[in-house]
Structure formats: C-alpha cells, structure tokens
Design a binder for this molecule. Structure first.
Ligand code: NAP
Length: 208
C-alpha cells in the first residue's frame, strides 16, 4: 500500500488527512515539531490503524532540509504545516520552499498537494473598488495591497508562498495541486485548538 507524508500532523486539516489516509489503509508519515510532546501528538497514535501504519517524524519549516527524511520514499505529500501569527512570513514562504525542495529531491514523489488559502486570491484593489466581482485561478492577491493593510500579513505570506510553489513546480516539472480554502471548521481531532482555530475564535469574540 502506498505511503504518504502529511506535514504538520497536529494541525486541524492535517489531522483529518492523516485519519482519512489511515482509514484507506495507506501508510502515513506525519511531521511535527516535537514528536516527544505526548499531550500534543498523542491523539494521532489513537487513530484507527495508526499503531501499525503511522510514523510521527520531527521537522521544522525554518530548518533547511528538515523534511528530507520524512519525504524520501513517499509517493505523495500533503503540505499543510504553516504558522498563522505575525511572525509567520519567513516560516511560511521559506518553509514552503523548504518542503518543495525536499519533494523535488525525492524521486518517489508523484504529486504534491499544498494548502494555500483564499487569502492568496481576494486581496486586490480592484475587488475593494468593486471593479471585479468574480475571482478564479487567474487572480492573485496584490502583495502591495496586503502590505498597505498591516493585518494582512497572513495573506501576504500565503500569496508569496503559493507563487513560489508554482515557480518551483514549473522549474522542476513537479505535479503540484493547490487548494485555496476559506474558513475550515468542524469538530477538532486534537485535544486543543491550534493556531488557525484560535485566530477564528478571536474573530468570533471580536478580539481582532
Ligand atoms: N483552517 C482554516 O480555516 C484554513 C483556511 C485557509 C487556509 N488554511 C491553510 O491550511 C493549512 C492548514 O491549516 P490548519 O488550520 O489545519 O492549521 P493549524 O491547525 O493552525 O496547524 C498548523 C500546523 O503547522 C505547524 N507549524 C507551525 N509552525 C511550524 C514550523 N515552523 N515548522 C513546522 N510546523 C509548523 C503546527 O505544528 P506544531 O504542532 O509544531 O505547532 C501545526 O500543526 C495552513 O497552510 C493554512 O494556512 C487553513
């Protein structure tokens, strides 16, 4: 059975990917920053099939080559790991490049799926001025627009990271698929909410 790598296994979307792949009978490697943190990663080993087919491996977006071992030998990579706080720009952009470089080094990898965001599409001056209403894959958020409104650091980082990912994919002939979710909500698999959900909660509570 095929083996896949899911980056950032403690994350909200990643945990569902790991669960779903295990349910299909696949072998799964997932990366976390601290595999020794039982409180944070323990729930992953409780998923059905995890004890037989899940490996939890250490990798950090900010360390070059950190994902090589987790990616070497797998046929598909789901790259979901991403910070969401104000310090995210470098880890998001360089981290995406870091993961894609590991993918291009691994001849086993047939397809890479990157979770970008609708934030990389919709922040544009022409949308704000209502000159454009319908957006598709030809539209990109404008980094200058994101920089003008300081709260859009996340959109800036996701836009630049996705553009870089497409550049690398073109240069290396990689089969890249990008998904651009808006708000992903639902029951948590992890015991505690992770960064994206904390951000959404803060919006609901009117704190940001
Ligand atoms: N959830 C949404 O509504 C939504 C909407 C649009 C796009 N997205 C995108 O979808 C992806 C997954 O989102 P999510 O909500 O599932 O994420 P999440 O729950 O916030 O989890 C993010 C994961 O990234 C990991 N991470 C953070 N910094 C890292 C670093 N320096 N090195 C390695 N790992 C790091 C965290 O791992 P640790 O355990 O080590 O902290 C965590 O597992 C992200 O790329 C996000 O931008 C999400």
């Amino acid at each position: 059975m095929a083996e896949y790598c899911v980056t950032g296994g403690t994350g909200f979307i990643a945990a569902y990917l790991v669960k779903s792949l295990l349910e299909k009978g696949c072998f799964v490697r997932t990366t976390v920053r601290d595999p020794g943190d039982a409180e944070k990663v323990g729930f992953l080993m409780e998923l059905a099939g995890a004890k037989e087919r899940l490996k939890i491996m250490k990798a950090d977006l900010t360390e070059d080559g950190s994902f090589d071992e987790a990616i070497q030998g797998v046929i598909g990579v789901f790259h979901t790991a991403s910070p969401v706080l104000a310090t995210l720009i470098d880890p998001c952009i360089k981290g995406t490049l870091n993961v894609l470089r590991s993918c291009s080094k691994a001849s086993s990898v047939k397809r890479v799926v990157l979770t970008s965001s609708c934030s990389s599409i919709r922040y544009r001056f022409d949308v704000q001025k209502q000159q454009i209403t319908s957006l598709d894959e030809s539209h990109w958020s404008d980094p200058e627009y994101c920089k003008r409104y300081n709260v859009l650091f996340y959109a800036y980082a996701k836009t630049v990271a996705e553009k870089e990912a497409w550049r690398v994919a073109k240069e290396t002939g990689m089969d890249l698929v990008v998904v651009n979710p808006s708000f992903v909500v639902g029951p948590l698999l992890a015991p505690h909410p992770t960064s994206t959900l904390l951000l959404i909660l803060a919006i609901v509570k009117g704190q940001v």
